[in-house]
Write a new protein. Structure first.
Ligand SMILES: Cc1cc2nc3c(=O)[nH]c(=O)nc-3n(C[C@H](O)[C@H](O)[C@H](O)COP(=O)(O)OP(=O)(O)OC[C@H]3O[C@@H](n4cnc5c(N)ncnc54)[C@H](O)[C@@H]3O)c2cc1C
Length: 629
């Protein structure tokens, strides 16, 4: 296996999970966000900020205007939430306007729009209806279109892309009851038929979004091991084939009209030509699909957050308490200002990363997409929560109840329910932190990992030491040099100041990571809390860099100083948070917390759980309830 991680001390499950994830990695050139962990803030990759080209915006305009009008005039998102169903007429209308094939090339019947226009559609959807967002996003971000565009053969694309572009719903099935974040636990199997022309698929997939309505599902399954290594393969499966069963429709706290379910496969015959990318490349398909797929959620979060800002701002202006509009009280004003700054940064991150894909559809956006998803979903959750706080009791009241007593039916309660899942699916926050940390450590592991790997023969480690010595003799002193050139490309003094400060923080982060490597060796990969703080510092740096770069470019174009003020506020806050993360890497209560957590997991400290109603013991059906006797 091509990894520098010492897996020798791990149990078999962990090693298998890591080996599967490693097999799906595709090491290539460092990205902008990856460079931040190496002390490299590459302003040439940032400035001028890649604003959407006018021709591209013009190309997207007819569809986006149609979508906006359709959502505004025809979609009652509260009704969809209440009934748990999306009206078939609305699905048909979305299909007619091309919303099921936004990025699919016109030769296959799609609109052929850019990633940026796709993200702008996600912003519109996210600002209005979480259920429609999930339907269209699961269909084309992770469902069949994305992997087909990335990996499909000509024949697969010709057969399936026109169908999905026309509105045949698709889905993506990876998760199982025992395999959530850890795909190595997958048990769904595909066994080759005797003639080798097909596979027989058996197993059960959980929480497959769109699964209960889909015509086509991309299913990831285990295939026979090769050279003792686990293999996973991605198949295009049609739900009308014999043996596909929709066993259950799942229901959730929010996204109540999600067509999400348990899908069973009993000896489903899948032709070999329906393998995506190749046998044994299933995890690569899944992870690559998720990389680009992850860009939809940040865009949808921007839309949701902007809608929240409007609701919170309106209410903070009109609601008077204690002799003044509540927005004039500092505690509420502060929330509004932070929302504005965070939204600007969130949009900057999302648009920057979308522009990378538009520039090169095969660009390495692993770190940027993961950071955008992590940061946007956590920040949007806080923004929705703050909006609820600003709306007070009306925030908690349902839109239906508000309307029934004559008030404006603002759906903040629905927004809160619908957005909670965002930090869990498409890579939970915890898993994304590990993923980003792995990518951030990669350059160091590539140079120094063998030095610290006790499994390797002495001679190999000695040679690696010489190579690492050469690299670090040049690299390490540079991390202490004053940052002189980072702001050369910026014109505005506020932006110059923040760029310089960001470049200094990037050096500090890189030094911290390097010292961590020396101190912990490859075992650093298992120091989740430490790595998490560095990842959070790096993610704030990415948000800060894209926000100030976009402000600079917008200011140069429009001359409106308000963008500089908003970006300045964001940058000040982000700098303080980065300081906190870096300081907490040394000053923290992790050891004490770890010890308490171990005690809790061992069943000690039971007194902490006393004084509450206990879970009812299972009672045989024939035993009567004592009070009813
Ligand atoms: C509404 C909804 C829609 C979904 N849609 C789809 C879909 O279309 N297709 C599909 O395949 N799946 C789908 N999923 C599955 C979703 O992607 C998983 O829920 C997610 O991957 C997490 O898996 P899990 O819930 O089993 O959590 P687990 O993996 O059991 O994790 C539980 C908790 O432990 C944390 N955790 C796990 N491992 C670690 C670790 N090593 N270190 C630190 N923390 C860890 C997790 O972050 C999480 O907080 C959907 C789920 C929901 C609820």
């Amino acid at each position: 296996m091509n990894t520098t991680i010492d897996t020798s001390g791990m149990n078999a499950g962990k090693r298998a999970a890591l080996e599967l994830a490693e097999a799906a990695r595709d090491p290539s050139r460092a990205s902008f966000a990856g460079g931040l962990f190496m002390g490299r803030l590459a302003t040439v990759q940032l400035l001028p900020f890649p604003l959407q080209p006018t021709e591209d915006a013009t190309r997207g305009e007819p569809f986006l205007s149609w979508l906006e009008m359709f959502l505004r005039e025809e979609v009652d998102a509260d009704e969809i939430d209440r009934t748990g169903e999306i009206p078939q007429m609305q699905i048909a209308e979305l299909a007619r306007m091309g919303a099921f094939g936004i990025k699919i090339p016109p030769r296959f019947g799609g609109l052929g729009l850019s990633q940026t226009n796709y993200c702008r559609a996600a912003m519109l959807l996210g600002s209005h209806c979480g259920n429609l967002t999930a339907l269209l996003s699961a269909h084309q971000s992770i469902g069949a279109p994305q992997p087909l565009l990335h990996f499909g053969t000509e024949a697969q694309q010709a057969k399936y892309l026109p169908r999905v572009a026309r509105g045949e719903i698709s889905a993506f099935a990876l998760t199982e009851t025992g395999a959530g974040s850890d795909p190595a636990r997958m048990t769904t199997r595909a066994t080759p038929t005797a003639d080798g022309r097909a596979f027989l698929l058996n197993g059960e997939k959980l929480w497959c979004t769109n699964g209960t309505r889909a015509g086509i599902i991309v299913v990831v399954a285990r295939t026979p091991e090769k050279e003792g290594r686990p293999q996973t393969t991605a198949f295009i499966v049609e739900t009308r084939w014999p043996g596909v069963e929709i066993a259950h429709r799942c229901h959730f706290m929010g996204l109540r009209a999600l067509y999400n379910g348990v899908i069973r496969f009993h000896n489903v015959r899948v032709p070999r030509e329906n393998i995506l990318l190749g046998e044994g490349r299933g995890l690569k398909v899944a992870l690559t699909t998720l990389n680009t797929g992850r860009l939809t959620l940040p865009a949808a979060c921007v839309g949701l957050s902007k809608r929240c800002l409007r609701l919170a701002r309106q209410w903070a202006t009109e609601r008077e308490q204690w002799g003044a509009p509540i927005g004039h009280h500092a505690a509420i004003a502060d929330k509004l200002a932070r929302m504005a700054a965070d939204i600007f940064a969130m949009e900057s991150m999302a648009l920057y990363t979308a522009s990378l894909v538009d520039h090169d559809p095969h660009a390495d956006i692993r770190i940027e997409a993961a950071m955008a998803k992590l940061w946007a979903t956590e920040t949007a959750w806080r923004i929705v929560n703050d909006t609820m706080q600003i709306r007070g009791g009306r925030g908690y009241e349902t839109a239906e109840s508000l309307a029934a007593r004559g008030e404006r039916p603002e759906p903040v309660e629905r927004f809160l329910r619908d957005s909670r899942i965002n930090t869990i699916f498409e890579g939970s926050s915890e898993i994304l932190r590990l993923f980003i940390a792995r990518e951030a450590l990669d350059p160091h592991l590539a140079v120094g990992g063998k030095v610290l790997d006790s499994r390797l023969p002495w001679a190999e480690r000695a040679a690696a030491t010489v190579r690492a010595g050469w690299f670090y003799t040049g690299w390490y002193p540079r991390q202490f040099l004053p940052v002189l050139d980072a702001s050369d490309d910026a014109a505005h003094p506020v932006i110059k100041h923040h760029l310089r400060a960001a470049a200094r923080q990037s050096h500090r982060l890189a030094r911290a990571l390097f010292h961590g490597m020396l101190r912990h060796g490859p075992a650093l990969e298992r120091r989740q809390l430490l790595l998490g703080r560095w990842v959070d510092a790096g993610t704030e740096l990415f948000a800060l860099s894209t926000a100030i770069a976009r402000a600079e470019t917008l200011f140069e174009r429009d001359g409106d100083a308000s963008v500089i003020r908003v970006a300045d506020l964001f940058a000040r806050g982000a700098q303080l948070r980065i300081e906190d993360h870096l300081r907490a890497a040394h000053h923290n209560a992790d050891r004490a917390g770890g010890s308490i957590a171990r005690d809790l997991l061992d069943g000690q400290l039971g007194w902490l759980e006393e004084g509450v109603v206990r879970e009812a013991a299972p009672r045989p059906a024939h035993v009567a309830w004592p009070l009813a006797a």
